[in-house]
Design a protein around this ligand. Structure first.
Ligand SMILES: [Zn+2]
Length: 42
């Protein structure tokens, strides 16, 4: 059983739930859009 943990998005500051081994948890972004935003790729 996997447990969701709460993280704070690096880009928008929103709290979001993700699995500890998920990409979102590793990257610290709640969504691909925020990942783009956070990395300044847009
Ligand atoms: Zn976000």
């Amino acid at each position: 059983m996997s447990e969701f943990e709460t993280y704070e998005c690096t880009a928008c500051g929103e709290s979001f739930a993700a699995l500890p081994d998920a990409n979102a948890a590793t990257n610290g972004y709640c969504s691909p859009a925020c990942e783009v935003e956070g990395k300044g790729l847009h």
